[in-house]
Design a binder for this molecule. Structure first.
Ligand code: SF4
Length: 925
């Protein structure tokens, strides 16, 4: 690639020229006005602070062998040398004086705050022996790995399949699984990949310019698209920074988004703006006609008439009544979307889909507009994510596990798109199983998930969780309740490959431990990455390889062979060999590109950090089919989509067969916070608790001093009219009461939110109970107390300066760390997608005397009641052919096909009507 110049014709460059990366010299800005030259080796890696995987360039001081700073990597095809604030802040995380540097073992009771330093060998022997015993005793489903931020491609899929367990758990059902189901029902692919840069119209149901998935790469391309003439509409109840940049702001009432999108679809159909040829060719309309109108002639014309009837109620006036957005604006946006035919780019990450019961239909309704405008997989349109994302294949792939873990995929949610992760405590407390060994990895469920006191209960209970190992780069509220706290590397301290659907095109990038890489360039060799990292901070790849050898030391269990060198079977795999093999064999075009520069594929990735596999990917569904798959379109056999019909499924027979005939088409489900479900007499309002700040990321930014200096408050957004009604001013103490408790925050009175709605951002409200178990850049110390039969969390010591080896810690001027909310949210598992529906019915009022800022109170007993209310809405498996879930619908860590069948005898989930569990989680085949 060519390195960007600061301005056309200028000799100044935006980045150091690559030929000088081995020995880059610049003056130390901190030494100013003295001119002190520093010598650097520039080593690329990938940011690990959100999912976008932007490129970073570590400046390794060659004299001190220390990382001095991180900047952008200009070679990275997605981020193109640019980062958000969280990328460069990686240096804070690495240099945090309070970070965890050595493996720790708890002493005393869980959560008591006493720790002893141990060796990695002790850790591996203990955990490896324990897992081995569980496997030998046939308790494979008692080992669970629960991940927050994966940061790699297929690594854990291979490891857990090699172990033969159904033990993958993730955060996806508190994040994106609702939208994923909506997309998967259409095309078999569960995420969209908009080509913003070439779009004529962009519709965002998110705040993508400032937050959300892939926001830095997307924001660049949204602005590229706008500069090239695209119009931008943003659907968001908040006037976010993104909405403020839009041509149209659609401040929809939360949960009404699908109604607005379907009204737009109706406008396209009524006004002749839909591409009917595309609809006829690429959708499964014949199935719809056969099933829904068996008496009618199966003609496309009859289908279009029937479709208009299906959406007859969705007039702009109806959409206005539901959403509060003027009908004229809905109409204007619909017409522009129609005019953008073939180049309509959109994204729904995450609020509308993740906030609401039935939110998965929001994604489905949005995709209807993409299909009606024939914008699927086009330049400027929206592709399925998998076309733009690289996934590696390994030298030896373990087979699907012969297990089905009902703690992860209970029978009640046969269409749950991901694991029912956030109800794990509720399932454990119902006696549906136990966990012998539980890994949390870059995950903080106690704080991130709803209903955190339930997590606290089960994490304390050794009869439910035998051993908890927290693999984490930072202290977290969850790590406090671990048996082992195992420090894992940050962005510049570990190996991974990552690829994301950030644009039209496919790329792969390489995260590496930059000190190890720099010292290797200078001729040193390392046995383990922790020998080059600070303290004994390790990386997961090497940890899992070593642990697998402890589980199966002689190879008799059939596990070890997956962790042997592909170059010398029988010898333990090294982390270099793992990536070397992938780069040599599994990345198309990379070996040739490397050879052209006189490098091996591994050297190419280690020096450049990323490789663009395909610059532009379009219309994959129209490529010739690989026999016997595919579908006949216009007399030709083409690839199509991985759905039962191989077409885009505007009508889902799956939904009918699995008990939801009313949801067979893209539709509108009235959310659990629909106005008709609120008790206005009690003053109920809707709380949006999900929006992100551009400067923070959940748990990991807690020890980044720059970021916490910028953002350390999350006040409650209250519209001016509501504030007047409630007698609130900016700064007033407010109590926000949910179904199971309350929290106390300060009001921020604004007109940037629709009346009747309040909002409070995620990321803030961290805490530490015990000294040394949380970053003092971000966590006040709190105490948990039993009050009125419930649990009160109260801050007992705010933020302030503290002595450390970093002089900045004595300069902390902020005293606030924000307010926690999620403990006060009961679980709301959507009966179809399984997603937690985040929005809350709340009552907002002035805080009564005695309340203190930051108080969080949770009633005892209500959590399980609310869980059971939502459980009662489900329609459990088995479905057709006695299946647990449709075979065509993928799931993470896909088991062997026979495991999809509900056994004739053996484990059964609890029926929708309640009652004791019929089986539990013993092995099922
Ligand atoms: S968007 Fe920011 S936090 Fe996310 S990967 Fe890029 S630089 Fe890192």
């Amino acid at each position: 690639m060519t390195i960007e110049r600061l301005s056309p014709g200028s000799s100044l460059q935006a980045f150091p020229p690559p030929e000088k990366w081995d020995d880059w010299r610049e003056y130390d800005p901190k030494a100013w006005p003295r001119r002190v030259e520093r010598r650097y080796m520039l080593v690329p890696t990938i940011c690990f602070n959100c999912e976008a995987a932007c490129g970073l360039l570590a400046y390794v001081d060659k004299d001190r062998m220390q990382v001095r700073k991180f900047e952008g990597n200009p070679h990275h095809p997605a981020s193109r040398g640019r980062n958000c604030a969280k990328g460069p802040a990686t240096i804070n995380q690495i240099n945090d004086p309070e970070r965890i540097l050595y493996p720790l073992r708890r002493e005393g009771a869980r959560g008591a705050g006493r720790w002893r330093r141990v060796t990695w060998d002790e850790v591996l022997d203990d955990i490896g022996g324990r897992i081995r015993k569980a496997f030998l005793e046939g308790r494979r489903n008692e080992v669970m790995y629960h991940v927050g931020r994966p940061g790699h491609e297929r690594t854990m899929d291979r490891i857990l399949k090699a172990w033969g367990i159904d033990g993958h758990n993730s955060h996806t059902n508190v994040c994106s699984s609702s939208a994923r189901l909506g997309y998967a029902l259409w095309s078999g692919y569960d995420r969209p990949s908009p080509d913003h840069a070439r779009a004529r119209f962009i519709l965002l149901l998110s705040s993508h310019l400032e937050a959300g998935h892939y926001f830095n790469p997307h924001a660049q391309r949204i602005i590229d698209g706008k500069l090239a003439g695209a119009k931008l509409a943003v659907m968001d109840p908040r006037l976010s920074n993104t909405a403020s940049m839009a041509d149209f702001w659609l401040p929809t009432y939360p949960g009404s988004e699908a109604a607005v999108l379907l009204a737009m679809a109706r406008v396209l159909l009524d006004e002749g703006l839909a591409d009917l040829d595309y609809l006829e060719k690429w959708t499964n309309w014949r199935e719809y006609m056969r099933d829904r109108h068996p008496q009618a002639e199966t003609t496309f014309g009859a289908f279009v008439r029937a479709l208009k009837d299906e959406y007859a109620q969705f007039t702009p006036a109806f959409a206005e009544a539901e959403s509060g957005v003027p009908a004229a604006r809905i109409l204007a946006v619909a017409r522009l979307i129609g005019a953008a035919r073939g180049a309509f780019a959109s994204h729904v990450w995450r609020g509308a889909a993740s906030g609401n019961e039935g939110g998965w239909q929001v994604a489905r309704a949005l995709q209807l507009l993409t299909v009606l405008t024939a914008s699927v997989g086009t330049a400027g349109g929206t592709s399925p994510h998998a076309w733009n994302k690289y996934k590696p294949a390994f030298w030896e792939e373990p087979k699907g596990q012969k297990q089905w873990n009902e703690l992860l995929f209970p029978l009640e949610w046969p269409l749950s798109h991901y694991e029912m992760s956030f109800v794990l405590p509720h399932l454990l407390k119902e006696g549906r199983g136990r966990i012998d060994t539980y890994f949390t990895r870059v995950y903080n469920p106690l704080w991130t998930n709803p209903d955190g006191t339930m997590w606290m209960d089960v994490l304390r209970d050794e009869s439910l969780i035998g051993l908890h190992a927290a693999l984490t780069p930072v202290w977290s509220e969850t790590a406090t309740f671990a048996d082992y706290v195992l420090p894992m590397g940050l962005a510049g301290e570990r190996h991974d490959i990552q690829s994301q659907e950030t644009q039209s095109g496919r790329w792969v990038s390489f995260r590496q431990p930059v000190l190890r890489a720099a010292r290797e360039r200078m001729g040193e060799t390392f046995d383990r990455t922790y020998d080059a990292n600070p303290g004994q901070v390790w990386e997961e790849d090497e940890f899992w390889i070593d642990l697998s050898w402890r589980i199966d030391p002689d190879g008799a269990m059939g596990i070890r062979r997956f962790f042997e060198s592909p170059y010398e079977p029988g010898r333990k795999l090294t982390v270099h060999e793992y990536y070397r093999w992938l780069f040599e064999n599994a990345v198309p075009g990379l070996p040739a590109a490397a050879a052209a520069e006189g490098l091996t594929p591994f050297e190419y990735m280690a020096r450049k950090g990323a490789y663009l596999i395909e610059p532009d990917v379009q219309r994959v569904h129209e490529r010739p089919a690989v026999a016997p798959a595919g579908v006949e379109i216009g007399g030709e056999r083409v690839a199509g989509f991985p759905t039962p019909s191989r077409k885009l499924e505007i009508y889902s027979r799956t939904m009918v067969e699995w008990g939801w005939p009313d949801q067979a088409l893209p539709g509108y489900i009235k959310s659990h916070v629909h106005p008709s479900r609120l008790d206005r007499d009690k003053g109920e309002m809707v709380l949006l608790p999900t929006f992100r700040l551009p400067t923070l990321v959940h748990t990991r930014s807690g020890n980044a001093k720059y970021l916490n200096e910028i953002s350390h408050r999350n006040p409650l957004w209250v519209h001016a009219e509501d504030a007047a009604r409630l007698g609130l001013r900016t700064g007033a103490l407010v109590r926000v009461t949910t179904e199971i408790g309350y929290f106390v925050n300060r009001a921020w009175v604004t007109e940037s939110i629709a009346p009747g709605i309040v909002a409070c951002s995620h990321h803030l409200g961290r805490w530490r109970v015990n000294a040394g178990e949380g970053s003092r850049w971000s966590t006040p110390r709190v105490r948990f107390q039993e009050v009125d039969g419930g649990t009160l969390l109260r801050q007992v010591e705010g933020l302030g300066p503290f002595p450390s080896e970093d002089p900045d810690s004595s300069r902390i001027w902020w005293t606030d760390g924000g307010v926690h909310q999620n403990l006060t949210f009961p679980v709301h598992p959507d009966p179809i997608s399984g997603m937690h529906c985040w929005h809350q019915r709340v009552v907002v009022g002035r805080a009564p005397v005695g309340d203190r800022y930051g108080d969080v109170y949770v009633q005892a007993g209500r959590s399980m009641e609310v869980f059971r209310e939502w459980l009662a809405k489900t329609r459990p498996a088995p479905g057709p052919d006695g299946l647990r879930r449709p075979l065509w619908l993928d799931r993470p860590l896909r088991p062997a096909e026979e495991m999809f069948k509900v056994p004739e005898t053996g484990p059964r989930g609890r029926g929708a009507s309640g009652g004791p569990p019929l089986g539990g989680t013993e092995e099922s085949g």
